[in-house]
Write a protein that binds this ligand. Structure first.
Ligand SMILES: NC(=O)C1=CN([C@@H]2O[C@H](COP(=O)(O)OP(=O)(O)OC[C@H]3O[C@@H](n4cnc5c(N)ncnc54)[C@H](O)[C@@H]3O)[C@@H](O)[C@H]2O)C=CC1
Ligand SMILES: O=C(O)CCC(=O)C(=O)O
Length: 386
């Protein structure tokens, strides 16, 4: 099942649990607007190359649409659509005054020079310029993009990983557990994975395995994450790190650990590997890492899954703080950003748990019902006039 079919399925299940009116259900499923543009740029050697860029604006009932722009060779319209819808529920779960959107360009940023990337970002922005803006649709970084492409507030770079750790702490507290006593495996060591790993390491948690596109490394006594980060900075790779053994990347997700944190692509947990997962907790730092087959298998095994639309909401929450600071012309220090982020993540966790209790459902449906209910209510209050 592709990401869109899976996301629609979760949405429909939440709509059923909430007893949502069928007309509202239908209107929430259809995206507000889908944009597809051709982006042609001259490469550094003068030859022309063309890419396809997408921006899907899913819903604006609760405020301007918000979501990242992804540069990845596998970007496809259905996936961007699913990710835009997930943003609508995510901003509602975080209770920030936004709707949802997502964008992507089907390219491999590693094959492009900094100036080629700049040209591509400028062409894409120019093509969608009239349809985005501070009160309509506010882009941000995602996979393959960073502050160089899209800018940010103090604390924004670390925000998703930091939010993942606050979310993990809130979940573990329910089970009387602490980061410092547990082992972690992290798939993806880019913005989100590296920050999550660093903050877990600072709290005394043992990160026993890490992977990225270049390979995977493990150490049962815990990897020295700051040293691994500087090794990666110097060599561009995880492997050949003195404090670790190399492992097969495919085994990362089924590696022995207490907590698994996928921080890379969607759909990585599926019927092929779900039964072999050893972790007791999965924190969905990536968007849509668990497909519906895996969801079912893992829940039968008693694995607790903290869903993406809550677990990785720290990034968009700090993007909201950034928007607020820009509007007010008043910059916060990083300590305030982090303190407010923790407040939002903790409050969202308790709201989500409240929905699980009210509707006797798991954490994913707790998050979906929380988000969908807030958006449906805003839709009803606003009415259907443009
Ligand atoms: N950057 C942000 O603020 C947010 C990101 N996310 C999600 O988190 C995930 C990661 O995003 P970023 O860290 O921003 O991207 P990034 O581009 O900074 O890092 C992605 C990482 O995944 C690795 N990777 C790619 N393919 C892989 C594979 N097949 N096996 C293992 N590792 C692989 C890359 O090598 C890289 O280390 C995505 O799903 C994104 O949508 C979610 C919320 C906000
Ligand atoms: O910071 C943002 O506006 C968007 C973050 C994002 O794309 C995501 O949460 O998946």
């Amino acid at each position: 099942m592709n990401a869109l079919a899976a996301t629609n399925r979760n949405f429909r299940q939440a709509a059923r649990i909430l007893g949502l009116d069928s007309k509202i259900e239908k209107s929430l499923l259809i995206p507000f607007r889908e944009i597809k543009v051709e982006c042609t740029i001259p490469k550094d050697d003068g030859t022309l190359v063309s890419y396809v860029g997408f921006r899907v604006q899913h819903d604006n009932a609760r405020g301007p649409m918000k979501g990242g722009i992804r540069y990845h060779p596998e970007v496809d319209p259905d996936e961007v659509n699913a990710l835009a819808q997930l943003m609508t529920w995510k901003t509602a779960v975080a209770d920030i005054p936004y709707g949802g959107a997502k964008g992507g360009i089907g390219c491999n940023p590693k094959d492009l020079s900094v100036s080629e990337l700049e040209r591509l970002t400028r062409v894409f922005t120019q093509k969608i310029h009239d349809l985005i803006g501070v009160n309509t649709d506010v882009p941000a970084p995602d996979m393959g993009t960073n502050a160089q492409d899209l800018g940010g507030s103090l604390g924004r770079e670390a925000a998703t990983g930091r939010g993942v750790v606050y979310a993990t702490e809130a979940l573990l507290a329910e089970y009387g557990k602490h980061v410092k006593d547990l082992t972690f495996a992290i798939q993806g060591f880019g913005n989100v994975g590296a920050w999550a790993g660093k903050l877990i390491h600072e709290r005394g948690g043992k990160v026993v395995a890490v992977s990225d596109i270049t390979g995977a490394v493990k150490n049962p006594n815990g990897l020295d994450i700051p040293a691994l980060l500087s090794h990666k900075e110097k060599t561009g790779k995880l492997i050949d790190f003195a404090g670790a053994d190399v492992m097969n990347s495919d085994e990362l997700l089924t590696h022995e650990c207490d907590v698994l944190i996928p921080c890379a692509l969607g759909g990585v947990l599926n019927r092929e590997n779900a039964d072999n997962v050893k972790a007791k907790f999965i924190i969905e730092a990536a968007n849509h890492p668990t497909d519906p087959d895996a969801d079912e298998i893992l829940s039968k095994k008693g694995v607790v899954i903290l869903p993406d639309i809550y677990a990785n909401a720290g990034g968009v929450t700090v993007s909201y703080f950034e928007w607020v600071q820009n509007i007010q012309g008043f910059m916060w220090d990083e300590e305030k950003v982090n303190r407010e982020l923790k407040k939002y993540m903790t409050r969202a966790f308790h709201n989500l748990k409240g929905m699980c209790h009210s509707h006797n459902c798991n954490l994913r449906m707790g998050a979906f019902t929380l988000g969908v209910n807030r958006v449906a209510r805003a839709t009803q209050l606003r009415g259907w006039e443009a």
